[in-house]
Design a protein around this ligand. Structure first.
Ligand code: PGA
Ligand code: ZN
Length: 436
């Protein structure tokens, strides 16, 4: 039984306020802290910010905090709903308490914090780890599959101060034999990458972006990928580590064109066709296995056209916003073959699971993601295992809020092995892990 729900304004990794929830039951107090994005999709659930410029430049979340204290908390306590068995009803209650389509009344940040804290409490009441609780909620089968970590080691776009338009360039150790080995491989490449950057651009170029990846003075995707090829080879992992790109192209889509010089002094406008040619050549020349948001959230035709020929995982982030409505639409339009899952895009855990299961029903992949504004809350580590998605991105192997998820996943792997539970590493099967 839920006894009380407290909330407070705390900070995310960028120094912006975010929502922290403490939910108390007769078994203890369970905490959740909510993440926040920078390159947000237009159709994401609404993050409630105070807009009061006298505090935190308007970024405060005191309204969301008081919505938890005054509305969400009392409703959860009065509902009598049980955390171990009623997650779906709890999330349904939260959704109806808000009553808007995009959770703009109470704020998706307030609602998500409550939903996450309930799931944590639910796992404790059921006497099981959170990943097992989430597995039961989602209906995923066993054995557990450990994900391939996609490390975003080069930061661009709105996540860094360099001229690189493309937001994320990731390395994926698909050739590891376990999650723990994949982390080691990723870290070793990250350190080699730092050396390569120092040699090429000097020590002042080793500053990092919002997700812990380096942000050297490069502007073109092939420059980023060349740095990765070199670092992977120096670490001795050529062939065992693949690449992924998230241009986050909605950020530089203007009047029907893509301005890949949007962070440079002069524009560099590309049509959808030209951008497609660029992707084609990158896919031909580098071991890329995943492409996320290559086109803007409104440029549906380009998605559909590219999906006809795309040989790799094509992930919709801003396009889908973890929302069954857009997942359904994208399937009808044959726009992509994978859904990015960000819990705060939709605002409750049950709805995120529903979106993932809908994506699976279309034989798509599901790729779990952190946000650029993160916290040390490691909820998504359990989520990726519980939903058997086979891969996740949580930034570079650097900075507390990023490594919190990787560390938790190593704990989960050790926990499963220690219990003698069968546990697979997704490896090169990351796209179809749900079916392994
Ligand atoms: P965001 O970026 O968290 O800043 O929205 C992540 C992404 O685009 O995948
Ligand atoms: Zn993205």
């Amino acid at each position: 039984m839920i006894r009380s729900v407290q909330a407070a304004q705390r900070l995310d990794s960028r120094g912006h306020p975010t929502v922290q929830v403490d939910l108390t039951t007769d078994r203890g107090t369970f905490r959740a802290i909510v993440p926040s994005g920078a390159s947000t999709g237009a159709n994401e659930a609404i993050e409630l910010r105070d807009g009061d410029n006298s505090a935190y430049g308007g970024q405060g979340v005191q309204k969301a905090v008081s919505n938890i204290r005054l509305v969400i908390g009392p409703a959860l306590v009065q509902s009598g709903l049980k955390v171990d068995t009623d997650q779906r009803m709890i999330d349904c209650l939260l959704k109806h308490l808000d009553g808007t389509k995009n959770k703009s009344k109470l704020g998706a940040n307030a609602i998500l914090g409550a939903s996450m804290a309930c799931a944590r409490a639910g796992a404790a009441h059921a006497g099981i780890p959170l990943y097992e609780f989430l597995r039961r909620e989602s209906g995923a089968k066993k054995p557990f599959v450990m994900p391939v970590p996609f490390f975003n080691v080069l930061n661009g776009g709105v996540h860094s101060g360099n001229k690189m338009a493309f937001q994320e360039t990731m390395i994926a150790p698909v050739g590891a034999s376990s999650f723990t080995e994949a982390v080691q491989m990723g870290c070793e490449v990250y350190q080699k990458l730092k050396k390569v950057i120092v040699e090429k651009y000097g020590t002042s170029a080793t500053g990092i972006g919002d997700e812990g990846g380096f942000a050297p003075p490069i502007s073109q995707p092939h420059e980023a990928l060349d740095l990765l090829v070199q670092a992977v080879s120096l670490a001795g992992y050529s062939g065992r580590i693949k690449f992924a790109i998230d241009p986050a192209s909605s950020e530089f889509f203007k009047d029907g064109n893509y301005d890949i010089g949007f962070k440079d002094d002069k524009p560099n406008l590309q049509s959808s066709k030209q951008l497609t040619d660029l992707y084609r050549s990158l896919l031909q020349n580098y071991p890329i296995v995943l492409l996320e948001d290559p086109f803007a959230e409104t440029d549906w035709d380009s998605w559909t056209e590219f999906n006809k020929e795309c040989p790799v995982e094509l992930v919709g982030d801003d396009l889908l916003v973890t929302n069954t409505k857009y997942v359904q639409e994208a399937n009808e339009k044959r726009a992509c073959n994978s859904m990015l899952l960000k819990i705060n895009q939709i605002g409750t855990i049950s709805e995120a699971i529903e979106a993932a299961n809908l994506a699976y029903s279309f034989d798509w992949s599901v790729f779990v993601s952190h946000r650029s504004g993160e916290t040390t809350d490691d909820f998504i580590a359990d989520l990726v295992v519980g939903l058997r998605t086979g891969h996740l991105k949580s930034g570079a192997p650097c900075r507390g809020e990023r490594v919190a998820k990787y560390n938790r996943l190593m704990d989960i792997e050790a926990d499963l092995l220690g219990k003698g539970e069968k546990c697979l590493y997704a490896g090169s099967q990351f796209r179809v892990a749900s079916k392994c």
